[in-house]
Structure formats: structure tokens, C-alpha cells
Write a protein that binds this ligand. Structure first.
Ligand code: SF4
Ligand code: SF4
Length: 463
């Protein structure tokens, strides 16, 4: 994954640039970052997120539905905006949304880009992405002295610091669950939560929020089974359109419908509504069609299905992406899927683009129609319109962020230009892997020094 380019242009006069970025060294680093972006050819500086969806090369950064470290989120947003992502997905929290927008603004000070969409994530019921590890009744002093602290070692977010913080740093925990089974004394608990509808509606009214994603567990399948049992019918879905036909009482118990009814008026000014769901076997298509039939009468914008293969596992390694690609293969083969773009998540990493290409799932360009319905009703039969990168994207750039000096308090990555360039090289490599496979054979240089842009085997967030 790499890019080939030469550095030459200076966009701002040096004195103007220096006053903007504090000193000559920083200004030079910013110039390097700017030139990386402008000459990388990985991203289309002028291509809108809408066009990326249409062309099938949409890339989303997932900051994490529960990750709330605003300093890291601001810096991640800056780096991945420069790398050309189309959307940044974050927790439905006002401070987090502001941090994302601050990062985007910082990137746009470096180079004039089109703005990525900002998406907030909510859930309709219990969901792995909406939980935190807590050591509630836990006093670190209670931990046996001879415990090797596997909880600290296994956490991919550096969210457990027993000595410095006395437990879990709540805003950094994103609920991956890896610490739960490793504690030999069963001291770590999980707390799940559901994002509040009123708070979410308020966030959706902000002008700097463009999209919403609803995480659902596909529990409609259980409701379907219960409804069948209760009504003593043999089946309760339509043979033609595959939409589930629940009885009125059961339909009212659907948590997805309840959430959608609470939010639907606030979604009217959104550019995109995404539904994130796991594979639930043979019922997946019925569940998707049922959700689409609930949304359809009030859907005024584009919609997208996020196929969540193996949640929060992209940083583990090559194998993690197999489930998301298998999910994509099943969906691509289905004839009766509802309207909406398809995008992978859950286990996505530097191996995902190759896996998709091997399966022939990259969509051909559809053109630039602005007619939402005609775009979604495209006859294209086997395509994936984009990929979302979460844990892996955070891990490769997080490793660089964690090397920022901390003694001066929370920092902005552009104050450390060498680190900004290093992080940007990694981010461009990942985003570029989806946009142009041919670039993987090339190399990336800054001031004649080759940048490392392939971090497939990075071992830890902070190592
Ligand atoms: S291992 Fe996962 S669940 Fe546990 S504290 Fe770290 S991020 Fe949270
Ligand atoms: S693994 Fe369990 S007992 Fe050991 S330090 Fe962590 S929380 Fe304490």
C-alpha cells in the first residue's frame, strides 16, 4: 500500500505559514503533510462522500460507538480527513462530535479538502458496541500481588491502568470485551447502555452532524419466531418481497421500530441513514427487509447497510476480516435484498481490500446520478460500496499518537509534524488500499526518506 509522488509545491508564502503553525520547523512539517495529500493520488480531493458511495470506493473511519477520548478522536479525525475518508463515525455525544469536527477543521487548515460526513452511532437494544468495562467494586489494591495483570496487556485501547488511574479509563474503553475473560479473579464487569433518544435527536439537529447509524442485533428474528408461535401460523413473511408480516402486537415490541419512531423526524435533514447489523443466518434478508419497510415511509435520504462481520476485531490480524467478507458474499448473492448501499465493517483491516477483490465484490462505477432512488435501485448484482475501518485504523495511527510527548498536556498532532507525517503515511496506506490496489506496489517518500505505510503486523496500540 503506497503511493509515489514528488514534493515540490509550496502553497502559502513561508511567513504566513509560519505564523499559522508557530515556527519554521512546524511549518515545514505541515508543508510535507500537505504535499503528501496533494500528490498522493489516493484520494480525490474534490470527490464528495455521495460520489464515493456511487463509485463503490467509500471509506469510513469508525472512532468507536463507545470510544470517548476526545483528544485522540480529534487527532484521529484530523489524520483520516487528510487521508481522504468519506465519513467519520463517532459516539453520539456532544463533546465527541465537537472533537471530530475540530479535527476536520484542523485538517482543512492544512489543505483545502471536501469535508467528510460526520455520523453518530446509536443502538436499539443491548449491543456489544455499547458497553464499558468497569471495575466498579474493584479496588486495584485488592488484586493479588502476584497477578501478572493480563487485563492491562490485552486491552487494545490502553484503557486499563491500575497504577496511574486505579482501573479502567472509562472514556478510552470501547467495550471490546477482551479483558473480561482474562482476569483470573473475575473482577471485571461489563455495563451496557442504550443511547438516549432525546439526546440523539438534539445532536441530529446540529449542522455539523450529517448521518446516523443505528446498531441493531437482528433480534427481529426472535420476534418473528415468537410471533409465529403465538399466532400459530406456518409463516409470516411475504413470498414475493420477503418482508416479515408481524402481527400488530409483536411489531410494537420491535426495539428497532421503537427507536426509529422516536428519531425519524430528526433524520429528515440527514444525508445518510445507516443500519449496522450482524449476520443472523437465513433470516438476515427478512430482517433487513422488515427494517427497511419500517423506515421507508419516512426515509428522505440515502440509506446504507453496514455488514458487521466480526465486531471490533480488525486489529487482531488477517483472519479477522474473513467473516465480514463472508457476510458480503452472502449478501451479494441474495436477490431480494432491500434498497441501500452495502458497506463492510467488523474485522476490516489491511487485508480486507484484497479479500474483496478476490471475491470480485468491488462495484463498477455507476456514474454520478443525484437521484437517490435511481442510484439505489441500480441493477448492479454483486457489489460492496465501501468499507469502514475501526480498531485497525485506530491502532495504526494510535501507536503514533501515543508517542506524542504527554508532559505538556493534551496535544494537537500538527504540533509534532514528524508524527503527523508518519501517521498520515499509515492512514493513506490504509485508505489507499481500498481506493487503488495498484498503489500497493509503490513507495512513499518525504524528503527522500521512505515512509512506512504498511502496519499490518503492529503488535499493540502503544508499543
Ligand atoms: S479490553 Fe476492551 S473492554 Fe476491556 S477495558 Fe480495554 S477496551 Fe474496554
Ligand atoms: S487481571 Fe484481574 S486480578 Fe489481575 S490485575 Fe487485572 S483486574 Fe486485577
Amino acid at each position: 500500500m503506497a503511493l509515489s509522488f514528488s514534493i515540490s509545491a509550496t502553497i502559502f508564502p513561508p511567513n504566513q505559514e509560519e505564523s499559522k503553525f508557530k515556527n519554521r520547523k512546524t511549518a515545514k512539517g505541515i508543508e510535507n503533510a500537505r504535499n503528501l495529500v496533494k500528490t498522493s493520488r489516493v484520494l480525490s480531493l474534490a470527490t464528495s462522500p455521495h460520489e464515493s458511495l456511487q463509485k463503490g470506493n467509500w471509506v469510513k473511519l469508525i472512532c468507536g460507538a463507545s470510544f470517548e477520548d476526545v483528544v485522540d478522536i480529534r487527532n484521529l479525525s484530523m489524520v483520516y480527513t487528510l487521508a481522504g475518508v468519506d465519513c467519520i463515525d463517532c459516539a453520539a455525544d456532544a463533546a465527541v462530535v465537537s472533537a471530530v469536527n475540530e479535527g476536520i477543521d484542523a485538517a482543512m487548515e492544512v489543505v483545502e479538502l471536501r469535508r467528510p460526513w460526520v455520523m453518530i452511532s446509536v443502538n436499539d437494544d443491548d449491543d456489544l458496541h455499547f458497553r464499558k468495562a468497569v471495575i466498579a467494586e474493584f479496588d486495584p489494591d485488592d488484586c493479588p500481588m502476584d497477578c501478572s495483570r493480563p487485563c492491562e496487556l490485552v486491552c487494545p485501547a490502553n484503557a486499563i491502568k491500575l497504577d496511574d488511574h486505579g482501573g479502567v479509563i472509562t472514556e478510552r474503553c470501547y467495550g471490546c470485551g477482551r479483558c473480561f475473560p482474562v482476569c483470573p479473579y473475575d473482577k471485571i464487569r461489563e455495563v451496557t447502555y442504550i443511547r438516549d433518544v432525546a439526546t440523539t435527536s438534539e445532536l441530529l439537529r446540529r449542522s455539523d452532524v450529517d448521518a446516523i447509524e443505528i446498531h441493531t442485533s437482528g433480534r427481529q428474528d426472535l420476534i418473528l419466531q415468537f410471533c409465529l408461535w403465538k399466532t400459530k401460523k406456518k409463516k409470516n413473511y411475504c413470498d414475493v418481497c420477503n418482508v416479515i408480516n408481524l402481527c400488530d402486537v409483536c411489531r410494537q415490541t420491535d426495539p428497532f421500530k421503537e427507536l426509529w419512531d422516536g428519531l425519524r423526524n430528526s433524520t429528515e435533514c440527514m444525508k445518510l441513514v445507516a443500519i449496522s447489523l450482524p449476520y443472523t443466518g437465513d433470516s438476515t434478508m427478512s430482517v433487513m427487509n422488515e427494517m427497511h419497510s419500517i423506515m421507508e415511509p419516512h426515509l428522505k435520504c440515502l440509506n446504507l447497510w453496514q455488514l458487521d462481520g466480526r465486531p471490533m476485531s480488525g486489529d487482531i490480524g488477517r483472519g479477522a476480516t474473513r467473516e465480514s467478507i463472508a457476510f458480503a458474499v452472502r449478501l451479494a448473492a441474495a436477490k431480494d435484498r432491500p434498497l441501500g448501499f452495502l458497506q463492510l465493517a467488523g474485522g476490516t483491516n489491511a487485508h480486507t481490500a484484497d479479500g474483496l477483490r478476490k471475491e470480485g465484490l468491488f462495484q463498477t462505477t455507476l456514474g454520478n446520478s443525484n437521484d437517490v432512488r435511481s442510484v439505489l435501485a441500480s441493477p448492479s448484482s454483486a457489489f460492496i460500496d465501501g468499507v469502514a475501518y475501526g480498531g485497525y485504523a485506530r491502532k495504526i495511527v494510535g501507536r503514533v499518537l501515543s508517542s506524542m510527548p504527554s508532559q505538556q498536556g493534551p496535544g494537537s498532532i500538527e504540533d509534532y509534524p514528524e508524527l503527523l507525517v508518519e501517521a498520515l503515511g499509515l492512514a493513506l496506506g490504509l485508505v489507499g488500499s481500498h481506493r487503488d490496489h495498484a498503489l500497493s506496489q509503490k513507495k512513499l517518500f518525504v524528503d527522500d526518506v521512505e515512509l512506512r505505510i504498511d502496519e499490518v503486523e503492529v503488535r499493540g496500540w502503544a508499543n
